[in-house]
Design a protein around this ligand. Structure first.
Ligand SMILES: Nc1ncnc2c1ncn2[C@@H]1O[C@H](COP(=O)(O)OP(=O)(O)OP(=O)(O)O)[C@@H](O)[C@H]1O
Length: 434
């Protein structure tokens, strides 16, 4: 085989061989990018379906199944048409992405600017106790899952516009529902997300927070939620919610979540490994960013004690590489955290429920002890993450915080949260910050 390969090159001029390599490289790159766009979406599943049909066609050809072969030949002869119809939304999105990219400004720079605007808007909204949901669409098409698509906007992301969209006036019809950021632009407002299929343990989470969790269960979107009632900022991804973030923490978490895919993959792998090992929990000590006290897990569904007794701070568990990545998600000056998962395989609610850990697992993961064992998780499957468990943290440090109680929702053994909210307005990045 090697000889045949070498002969192929020897009879052809070098320039032609180079041209062919270049040609193959371009096709491979286009296919790779297409798969990245399709990964985790319904279109990918449809693509797999078409692949299976093609395999059946090959089988029918090999075994001479004439009728089946004729039927499939007829189907596959219109394959281009089928692909265009089936993938029309994805093709449109991909072309918009290609055409809409600013080739002279780095994507990272634009992303950072948009994150700054969103963080500034979220802190402003939190300060004024105006509820909001801002969702960043990633690979999966969020609109395939929404209950209501809201109003088309297509605008540059600015803090002023985001704040205006959520002003709770009856004349502002768009303040209800979520804003969707797609391709670094405000694509829609007044979008209504599906409610989560898995049971939310914390009864105090209202429909806004549930909706945010719901869409992150179905897609790989990342959602920032501002609570009208508490004036707190949370963010949700892969069905997990991290609450009580200040501006800086939110910025770092978002920057990390939109980090480079290789780092994200490494992180997801690490989290999958750590699922069976002890994971230092966020509210326990300084290891993962909590600034005060230790966390206390609550019996799911039961209200937290009015004043949680301060728990003796125990020495933090050894900081593993993973825990420092977790820490980085919410702590300034740390390396950005990687996104939990870049793909979102769609799974039914029953599958998700079956894969979700028990409440005992959740409590263990939420800080039952330094050696608390996290529920085994598959970080690559968002639906297999645990449901959020609730941890109360003593409110002592929240001196100037508008937040009445310091609560941190800790996803099962996967991602740390912070209790370091020092006032929502703090950490609001100036507009000219890079
Ligand atoms: N499915 C949904 N998708 C998007 N937004 C929603 C959805 N359901 C409710 N909302 C928004 O949430 C608001 C109601 O929030 P609610 O008080 O029930 O939830 P919450 O989680 O307690 O939030 P908050 O802490 O801000 O009060 C609605 O006015 C609407 O704007």
């Amino acid at each position: 085989m090697v000889e045949g390969f070498l002969r192929l090159f020897s009879v052809r001029p070098a320039t032609q061989v180079i041209r062919d390599f270049f040609d193959i490289f371009i096709v491979a790159y286009v296919v790779y990018r297409a798969l990245l766009v399709l990964r985790g979406t319904r279109a990918m599943q449809m693509g797999l379906g078409l692949g299976i049909v093609f395999l059946i066609y090959l089988g029918a050809k090999i075994f001479g199944l004439t009728t089946l072969l004729n039927l499939l030949s007829w189907l596959l002869s219109s394959i281009i048409l089928i692909v265009v119809v089936v993938f029309q939304n994805d093709i449109r999105r991909a072309l918009i992405r290609v055409g809409g990219s600013n080739w002279f400004t780095s994507g990272r720079e634009q992303q950072s600017r948009v994150i700054d605007e969103v963080v500034a808007a979220a802190t402003e909204l939190a300060r004024h106790r105006m509820g909001a949901i801002i969702a960043f669409e990633q690979d999966a098409n969020v609109l395939e899952f929404v209950k209501s698509e809201g109003i088309h906007i297509d605008s540059v992301v600015t803090r002023e516009l985001l704040v205006s969209l959520f002003v709770p006036e009856s004349v502002n019809k768009l303040h209800d529902g979520a804003v969707l950021i797609r391709d670094l632009k405000i694509a829609r407002a007044g979008v209504f997300f599906p409610m989560p299929e898995t049971k939310i343990l914390d009864a105090s989470l209202g429909s806004r927070h549930r909706a945010a969790l719901g869409i992150t269960e179905e897609t790989d979107a990342v959602v920032v939620v501002v609570s009208e009632e508490r004036g707190t900022i949370s963010f949700c991804f892969s069905g997990n919610i991290v609450s009580n973030l200040d501006g800086q923490s939110l910025r770092h978490a978002l920057l990390g979540l939109f980090g480079r895919s290789s780092r994200r993959r490494r992180f997801a792998k690490k989290v999958a490994q750590v699922g069976r090992a002890s994971l230092p929990t966020p509210a326990r000590g300084p290891a993962v960013g909590a600034t005060q006290g230790a966390g206390q897990a609550h019996e799911p569904g039961k209200p937290a004690a009015a004043k949680p007794a301060p728990i003796e701070a125990k020495p933090a568990a050894p900081v593993s590489k993973t825990s420092s990545m977790i820490k980085a998600a919410v702590e300034p000056d740390a390396r950005p955290m990687a996104r939990m998962s870049t793909s979102t395989p769609m799974r039914s609610g029953a599958e998700a429920r079956a894969a979700t850990g028990s409440s005992a697992d959740l409590r263990a993961a939420a800080g039952a002890g330094a050696g608390g064992t996290a529920a085994p998780q598959d970080a690559d499957r968002p639906s297999e993450r645990g449901r959020p468990a609730m941890v109360d943290v003593p409110a002592a440090a929240a001196t100037d915080s508008p937040v009445p109680s310091q609560r941190t929702f800790v996803p099962t053994g996967q991602v740390a949260a912070t209790a370091a909210s020092k006032g929502s307005a703090e950490g609001m990045p100036p507009r000219d910050e890079p």
